[in-house]
Ligand binder design. Structure first.
Ligand SMILES: [Zn+2]
Length: 266
């Protein structure tokens, strides 16, 4: 079918371009100051867990952020250029450049606003406090809180085998960790509601203890005190996978309910 030839050629060109880009001089992604993401949250919800990008490539686009790993093998958090993998066994592992991610969001974190948080805050109260400091709900915000936490409830997800189940099903088997009286760092993003389908609308935070021994995807927390930093940006760079599973997946329908079960259920 001749009508398919142009699209296949275009895809080949795209893949060739990417291979070329990996060996070329890195672009000055830090100067662009854009939130960078590979794949979409709806693709992850559908069970597209094959890593489409190496961490060697990802770290060229940011030094701060969150995501997951090939085959959904745990939770990723990046702080100050260091990438960490919190597996379902609760152990924190360093991430190598050769590992791959099916979904990650990163930025070169350059906060424009900082605040001391001197009072105890629930997760809801912390989110309200952060929103009150933002210039409206329609930009991309990276947020970081370094502090003392009375409690942080985190989770991690176990590595999956093919055929991959949807994320909401995996979340039902997640490992939950109750961390108490810990120093550590929250890192994540607030995305606008209109980004639904691409990323998690509202806040999505991961946590890492100061001793780098525990953490995960945040389900709940009680902050004792801390320091908040917010980095607002109007630029968003989305890079889509080009493997057949992504190209032919049905990604258009509303996944809000599955997203709640996958990202917020305990
Ligand atoms: Zn997460």
């Amino acid at each position: 079918m001749p009508s398919e030839i142009p699209s296949i050629c275009a895809l080949d060109a795209l893949r060739t371009h990417r291979r070329g880009a990996a060996t070329a001089e890195p672009p000055d992604a830090a100067a662009l100051h854009e939130v960078f993401q590979n794949s979409t949250i709806n693709a992850l919800l559908e069970g597209l867990y094959d890593g489409s990008m190496t961490f060697g490539e990802l770290r060229r686009h940011g030094d701060f952020g969150l995501g997951t790993f090939n085959a959904l093998d745990g939770e990723m958090i990046a702080l100050d250029g260091e990438f960490y993998q919190i597996k379902a066994d609760g152990v924190v592992y360093p991430v190598t450049d050769h590992q791959r991610t099916p979904f990650a969001t990163v930025v070169f974190f350059r906060p424009s606003l900082g605040r001391a948080l001197d009072e105890r805050l629930s997760y809801d109260e912390l989110q309200s406090r952060m929103e009150g400091l933002m210039e409206g709900p329609n930009l991309f915000y990276a947020v970081r809180v370094d502090g003392r936490f009375a409690a942080v409830t985190t989770r991690s997800v176990p590595r999956q085998e093919k055929p991959y189940p949807p994320l909401a099903e995996v979340a039902a088997t997640q490992a939950v960790f109750e961390l108490e009286n810990v120093d550590g760092t929250l890192a994540g993003f607030r995305f606008p509601d209109f980004a639904r389908g691409l990323n998690v609308p509202g806040f999505h935070l991961h946590f890492l203890t100061a001793d780098r021994r525990a953490g995960g995807h945040v389900l709940d927390l009680k902050l004792e005190r801390g320091a908040l930093a917010i980095d607002a940006t109007a630029q968003f760079h989305l890079e889509l996978p080009t493997d057949p599973a992504f190209l032919h997946a049905d990604l258009g329908h509303d996944q809000s309910e599955a997203l709640d079960r996958a990202e917020r259920a305990r």
